[in-house]
Design a protein around this ligand. Sequence first.
Ligand code: MOS
Length: 710
Amino acid sequence: MEDKISNKNSSKGPSRVDGRLKVTGAAKYSAEYALPGMAYGVLVGSTITKGTITSIDTKKAETAPGVLAVISHFNCPKVPGYDSADPAVKGPLKIFHDNKIVYNGQPIAVVVADSFERALFAAALVKAEYNAEKHHTNLKDNLTKAVAPHDDAVYSRGMPEAWKTAAVTVEQEYILPSEVHHPMELHAIIARWDAADKISVWDKTQGVKDTQSNIAKLFGIPVDNVQVHSKFVGGAFGSALQVWPHEVAAIIGAKVVKRPVKLVLSRADMATSVGYRPHTWQKIAIGASADGKLVGVVHEAAGQTSTFEDFAEGPSDVSRQLYACPNVSTSNKMVSLDIGSPTWMRGPGPATGTFALESAMDELSYKLNIDPIELRLRNYAETDPESGKPFSGKNLKDAYRLGADNIGWSDRSQTPGSVTKDGWLVGYGISGGVFGADREPVTLTATMMADGKLVLQTAVSDIGPGTATAMVAVAAETMDMPADKIRFDLGDSAFPAAPQQGGSTITSSVGSAVYMACRDLKEKFQQLIGNGGTDKPDYAKVLKQHNLQRLQVTADSKAGKEVDTYAMYSWSVHFVKVLVNPATGVVKLDKVTCVADNGRIISPKTARSQIIGGAIMGIGMALMEEAVIDDRYGRVINSNFADYHVPVNADIPQIEALFVNKPDYNINPIGAKGMGEISLIGMAAAVANAVYNATGKRVRDLPITPDKLI
Ligand code: MOS
């Protein structure tokens, strides 16, 4: 692309534009709004796992103090969208629709009362009777039932059996438990009907426009009659990419009691009601020549899904394109169980898939006695092995070098268990990560106000990465004006269309729109100024001279033909140094270095935070996180932060975030690609590989808890 942002090597970029609001508590999250006359909803969950409801006794709850309504399938008003033929409209689970129970904890009723405490108390008084049926919740016991959800789930190039003929082979199974997103902010919604066909919601969502259109379709009202506000979101990681049953319950509740209804999930609900990364079995068979060239790879995956939704992450897709290899077969299957639906969770697919592939590559490196980085370089893909297309930009070799230098890779011993320090075993590991780099359509307005302040508006959400900050950085550079004179408005369906914040697309997509709008706006000012203008116009002065209150442009940004020309990806390499206590099996991270090759870094401070956050999530994935179901009852038994472990500060070492920082102008005019997913993808394998290097013990089922090492 000839038209692109200048590549001045800027400073650290702006600090978070909403940082002060967040740390002082002034930033308002969905549950923090208080509307006049507001009532409170609390869900009642099924206590069986599969079967039917025969009766629900709501009398005690209905007569409890402050209760306004108890709604179940016995008295729920009709939800028009439930009858739609479009599966996207219905949503995966039709709440309060019939007597069927498809998972434990499934909402069977909502109690609405005049206070949260009264609703909570009354919810405990609701008693259901069931006709329970035998349930299946165990993935391993049901693996033979695995099926491919669609044709694309199975892939093959070359000869599937080729790996068997290779000089050196590895054939192993890898297990990932279910993981819960557990963002700090609980999922929450306030729903207020403004008229019979008009509604406003304050909702935790990754996409206000998607939530708007989904609610409109579900309740059969015009899309413009739905207002979605989601100004601040305290983390989501994929759990807020769809309209969930609790949101529908609040909207129904508000309709019934004719008051605004606030519904906040409990931490326990978070483990069952807003998706999770699915428990997944994988098998890798890999063969290489004696000099370390890959001959063939077979990667099979089977993940759990619910009985009412076909969901498959696609973990094995990474094996199609991470390395140059002529013979590759992959499959992504799913096993339907009597559980809630899984959903997208940070790095969906490759985060799971790289644990298997990059562990297997590490196993291969020891069998070949080739350094793991060297093995990866010998199989470096110069063009996309899957499509044959050139990459839009790939500088992964730089990433290997930067990371190896930073972590001190030369201190690593190729012999596992051979290095100790103060009685601890020392080990180093690496793993790569990859994720598609997309650019979604965005409409954005840029308005120069009379006082010289620039206002940018689009309906994107910010779930935490600091979108407004990065967008202000793009605008400041393009307009050549100070960042503190720029405001970026987001999180409201009233703004022009933007995609969901998901799939690491926002910086590329919205950033390009910001660039285009600012470029056009600057051009308009140049026209006003005419010849003889300075390089750095005083925008307020120009408006005044021309008697203008404001000057506005709208940019429509989307991907073009380049998507057919290039294979577009972001890459990462994670380097981990661990200490393992040989007596207790405790794993301590000593140092982590993450290197991202994701084009131009436009907001260095928030980019660094994004990489560190992903790395920490990966450390949790490697060492702690595991949602456990007691198969006798089909119930998640660690639906709280006492039993579901995530890393705390004491678990986290020095983490270095490094960037190759080479612009990729083939994908967009700002040269930037996503990093939200690649920050996590690969971390779990890097930790597992470091643990092997330290101990000689290969753990193929996450998390790597001490009992697996002693
Ligand atoms: Mo995501 S799984 O990009 O929210």
